[in-house]
Design a protein around this ligand. Structure first.
Ligand code: NAD
Length: 253
C-alpha cells in the first residue's frame, strides 16, 4: 500500500479517485484551493512552488503516484485562470516534482478531457507547450471559453505524450485519462451556462452508452492506470467517455 497525491482531490472526479484509492488501502494527500491536506492555489507559480515543497516533505518516505486533476471549466469567465489552472497547475506541478517522482518510481496520471482533440487555436496550444504563459494568456483573452478549455487539455495531453518516454527512463510511468461528460459540480455549472447549456444537454443525450459518466467511472480507470496491472501502459490517453470519442473520431486513435 502506498501514498497517492491528488490535486483537486476534494471535489468531483478527484474526490472519487481519492475514495477509490482509500478503499484499496492506500493513503491519500489531497491538494486543493480549500479544505485539503495541502491548501495551495495552483493557478500561481507561488502556489505551485508551495505545493511542490509540501508534497516533497509529506511524502519523503514514499510516493506511489500523483494525479493532476484540479481544473476549472469553460463556464468560468476568466480565460487566463482556465489557462493557468488547467495547464500550468498540472504540468508545472509534475515538472516541479520530477526528481522526487523519479526517486520514488511513482506513476503520474493527468486528468485531461475528451474535449482535448477538439478544434482550438493551435498557436495557443503551442505557446503552452513552449511554456510561454504570457503569450498563452494574451491569446486566451481573444478566444471563447470552450476552445481555451479544450486547448489547455490538448496541451496537457501532448505534453504528457511528448514527455512520457523521458519520464519512463527515470522510472516514472505517465498516462492520461480523457473523461467524457461526468456529473460533478464542474459539469453542473457548465450545463447551467446560458451560452453552452443547450449544446451540452444535446451532447449528453448523444453519449453512446446512454448515460452520463459518474466520478466513480473515472476513479476505476484511474485506479487501473496507476496500479501494477497497468505496468506496461505508458504515454496512453484513455478516453473514459461512454463511446463519444469513438463516435466522433472513429479513424483517430
Ligand atoms: P470539480 O469542480 O468537482 O473539481 C475540481 C477541483 O479543482 C475542485 O476541488 C477545485 O477546488 C479544484 N481547483 C480549482 N481551481 C484550483 C486552484 N486554483 N488551485 C487548486 N485547486 C483548484 O470538477 P471535476 O468535474 O471533478 O473536474 C476534475 C477534472 O476533470 C478537471 O481537470 C476537469 O477539467 C476534468 N474533466 C471533467 C469533466 C466533467 O464532465 N466533469 C470532463 C472532462 C474533464
Amino acid at each position: 500500500m502506498g501514498t497517492y497525491v491528488i490535486t483537486g482531490g476534494v471535489s468531483g472526479i478527484g474526490k472519487a479517485i481519492a475514495q477509490q484509492l482509500r478503499s484499496e488501502g492506500h493513503s491519500i494527500l489531497t491538494i486543493d484551493i480549500q479544505e485539503a491536506d495541502i491548501v495551495a492555489d495552483l493557478s500561481s507559480p507561488e502556489g505551485r512552488a508551495s505545493a511542490v515543497l509540501a508534497i516533497r516533505e509529506m511524502t519523503a518516505s514514499g510516493l506511489q503516484g500523483l494525479v493532476a486533476c484540479a481544473g476549472i471549466g469553460s463556464h468560468v469567465p476568466n480565460n487566463r485562470l482556465i489557462t493557468k489552472v488547467n495547464y500550468f497547475g498540472s504540468v508545472d506541478l509534475v515538472e516541479g516534482l520530477r526528481e522526487h517522482l523519479a526517486e520514488h518510481k511513482s506513476a503520474v496520471l493527468m486528468i485531461s478531457s475528451n474535449s482535448a482533440p477538439m478544434k482550438t487555436n493551435p498557436t495557443f496550444v503551442e505557446s503552452l507547450l513552449n511554456n510561454d504563459g504570457d503569450q498563452a494568456c494574451a491569446l486566451a483573452d481573444e478566444m471563447q471559453g470552450q476552445p481555451v478549455y479544450s486547448g489547455t487539455k490538448q496541451a496537457v495531453t501532448i505534453w504528457m505524450r511528448r514527455n512520457a518516454a523521458a519520464y519512463a527512463a527515470q522510472g516514472i510511468r505517465m498516462n492520461a485519462i480523457g473523461p467524457g461528460y461526468t456529473q460533478t459540480p464542474l459539469s453542473a455549472a457548465v450545463e447551467d451556462d446560458p451560452t453552452y447549456g443547450d449544446a451540452i444537454k444535446q451532447f449528453i443525450a448523444s453519449i453512446p452508452v446512454g448515460r452520463p459518466g459518474q466520478p466513480e467511472d473515472m476513479a476505476k480507470a484511474a485506479s487501473f492506470l496507476l496500479g501494477e496491472h497497468a505496468g506496461f501502459i505508458c504515454g496512453a490517453m484513455l478516453f473514459v467517455d461512454g463511446g463519444h470519442d469513438a463516435m466522433l473520431r472513429p479513424e483517430k486513435f
